[in-house]
Design a protein around this ligand. Structure first.
Ligand code: UDP
Length: 330
């Protein structure tokens, strides 16, 4: 048997990062997960700790990154990724997208690795073009609450392209649209765990604004398949990975009520500043280049996700998220 290929996954204890760890272990890679655990959670990867081809480094990629030995692939998935996180830890969000990517691109150069970065539909801001193709430059407010995430991710794309064109680095850019599934943080404020958590705790569901804003939700297994195919392709320009099945947040709340059978009602709260009015990926590029499109319907994906949240220990339902950030907020 030949030597295993080695992959570094930053944000490896996070939602997408941990699913990537599983996928690469299953594909026969040696996986090195790195995470500073601000938003990541060891519970997402504890099942891998005994695996001989899994290593975990507790490290903040915004500071110098050192990994001994060869690295064939790097996937940069370390970043807070929920609007509530950006408000609580804005500077860390900016640092991981800027200083963090610089460190990882440097590491990729040294190790001659191929690097895939997790970008986002947030690079399109509150989009004026619908659905959003990769050619759209976006409508981003740099000084609003989401600016710290959106601009860090835009900078990250620019930096990655510069390393590609100037240093000839082998790079991939995934623009990830709203993705859901098991291992999302129950109390991170994102709409799906928020609604399911509220239903499980017997609270009313909080729809922000009038609920007419739209999102398009991709099940995690589809997302991971798209990311894997992109990494293995030879395409270096950005590719949207998401599910084009668009739904308004009000309709989505009604779907969650039906799914969970909760007798609670929907209440409305003010719409957060710069909350995008609509979001739907144009996935023509992914279809053409990767031969990929999502396969899991929202009904199926939501059922699996609900079962996961239901199976969590009761204390997680009532976990205080602020505790997580206390030591980082100065
Ligand atoms: N949202 C909501 N109620 C909640 C949480 C979120 O109505 O309790 C809305 C939010 O205003 C946004 C959408 O759901 O329009 C998706 O929010 P999320 O934070 O999941 O991610 P975003 O796509 O905005 O980054």
């Amino acid at each position: 048997m030949g030597k295993k290929q080695r992959v570094l996954i930053t944000g490896g204890a996070g939602f997408l990062g941990s699913h990537l760890c599983d996928r690469f272990i299953n594909e026969g890679f040696h996986v090195i997960a790195m995470d500073n655990l601000i938003t990541g959670d060891l519970r997402n990867i504890e099942h891998l700790f005994k695996h001989p081809d899994f290593e975990f480094y507790h490290h903040d990629v915004s500071t110098f990154v050192h990994v001994p030995g060869e690295l064939h692939y790097i996937l940069h998935f370390a970043s807070p990724a929920s609007p509530i996180d950006y408000l609580k830890i804005p500077i860390q969000t900016l640092k991981v997208g800027s200083l963090g990517i610089h460190n990882l691109l440097g590491l990729a150069r040294l190790k001659k690795s191929r690097i895939l970065i997790a970008s986002t539909s947030e690079v399109y801001g509150d989009p004026l073009v619908h659905p959003q193709p990769e050619e759209y430059y976006g409508n981003v407010n740099p000084v609003g609450p989401r600016g710290v995430y959106d601009e860090a991710k835009r900078f990250q794309e620019a930096m990655t392209m510069a390393y590609h064109t100037f240093h000839g680095l082998d790079t991939r850019i995934a623009r990830i649209f709203n993705t859901y599934g098991p291992r999302m943080r129950l109390n991170d404020g994102r709409v799906l765990p928020a609604f399911i958590g509220q239903a499980l705790r017997g609270e009313d569901l909080t729809v922000f604004g009038d609920g007419s804003q739209t999102r398009s939700f991709c099940y995690v297994d589809d997302q991971i398949e798209g990311l894997f195919r992109l990494l293995m392709s030879d395409y270096h320009l950005p590719v949207n990975i998401g599910n084009p099945d668009e739904v308004s947040i009000m309709e989505f709340a009604l779907e969650i009520i039906k799914l969970t059978g909760t007798t609670q009602k929907i209440i409305t709260k003010p719409l957060p500043v710069d909350d995008p009015k609509q979001r739907q990926p144009d996935i023509s590029r992914a279809k053409e280049i990767l031969g990929w499109e999502p396969k899991v319907s929202r009904a199926e994906g939501l059922k699996i996700t609900y079962e996961y949240f239901k199976s969590l220990p009761k204390e997680i339902l009532f976990e205080r998220e602020n505790k997580r950030f206390e030591k980082y907020i100065r």
